[in-house]
Write a protein that binds this ligand. Structure first.
Ligand code: ZN
Length: 307
């Protein structure tokens, strides 16, 4: 195990904001392991043997199967369940209160820290990469990772216009495990999305205020999609990586191959991905839903320059 701090690029924000595409884009760099939503590995992916972005069920994926075996070797047959209980405790929004008061971190958090860092170490050393991308999105997990000694955490706060997010969540999808949808997705109201979108983004801002600009950078998905060259350059200087080649390729419409993103948006299963700016909500979102979103979260839209 290395004594150097582990560099983790964590993508935080609300769902349907482009985190999987950004994860895959970063993973195009030879020193970067784009790992997808690592939090989901022990929460449900392993137990339900869900599909990795490489197209194999996780237990058949050469990358994750061996990394997991190495990770929990000697830790007992209940490890996955025990660890996922620690995740429940420390990756929720209650982590805001815990980290600001320092109360409730104690021994269980020590266990959570050791196991989490060990997983990151294992993934990086097996893949022979230097930077790990974790696009779990959860702000509570970002706050937890920021408390773990030996992790050099850089958080990319990815924001997308909440109306686009709400429009995306108004649609329903049938379950289709092989193409990356583990369960049926029911439509969510714009009011629900407005409240959650605002809360999650505010929680990431809390981390940003605590840790400062060297640890947290904000990226708007719309800027990434329309100006990938300059956005990747900014992300590159934040992560201390040269991402200019990837940015230039995306700028001219180049496609990307997913790696072993363990969980995330179903588009990771589509083999080859191009970056696109999806603003279909502007013409297709029902006006009543749009107004409801703006009434509740207009102030947040303004904050990010969308109104
Ligand atoms: Zn895989």
């Amino acid at each position: 195990m290395s004594s150097q701090p582990i560099r983790v690029a964590y993508i935080a924000g609300y769902g349907r904001s482009g985190s999987t595409v950004l994860d895959i884009a970063l993973g195009q760099h030879p020193a970067v392991m784009g790992s997808g939503e690592i939090a989901a590995l022990t929460r449900h992916v392993w137990v339900q043997n869900e599909y990795c972005a490489c197209g194999s069920p996780i237990r058949d994926c050469p990358c994750w199967n061996e990394a997991c075996e190495q990770w929990w070797r000697g830790l007992g047959s209940n490890f996955v369940l025990d660890y996922s209980l620690l995740q429940r405790k420390f990756e929720g929004l209650s982590m805001l209160a815990r980290s600001s008061s320092g109360i409730g971190l104690g021994r269980p958090f020590g266990q959570y820290s050791i196991h989490t860092k060990r997983l990151f170490d294992t993934i990086l050393s097996r893949s022979n990469k230097q930077v790990l991308v974790d696009s779990s999105k959860l702000p509570g997990r970002a706050i937890a990772l920021a408390e773990i000694p030996g992790i050099d955490l850089r958080v990319i706060h990815l924001v997308r216009d909440g109306r686009g997010v709400a429009w995306s969540l108004l649609k329903s999808y049938e379950r289709d495990a092989r193409s990356g949808l583990q369960k049926e997705i029911k439509p969510k109201s714009a009011i629900r999305t407005a409240l959650r979108w605002s809360a999650v983004n505010l929680a990431v801002e809390y981390l940003s205020r605590r840790k400062g600009p060297a640890a947290v950078m904000r990226v708007r998905y719309e800027d990434f999609a329309s100006e990938p060259a300059s956005t990747m350059q900014q992300i590159g200087s934040f992560l201390e990586l040269d991402l200019s080649q990837i940015g230039s390729s995306l700028q001219i419409g180049g496609s990307m191959e997913p790696g072993h993103q363990v969980a995330g948006n179903r588009l990771r299963m589509s083999g080859s991905i191009a970056l696109k700016k999806d603003d279909s909500w502007r013409t297709r979102m029902p006006p009543g839903q749009r107004v409801a979103f703006e009434r509740l979260s207009g102030w947040m839209l303004k904050r990010y320059g969308y109104l």
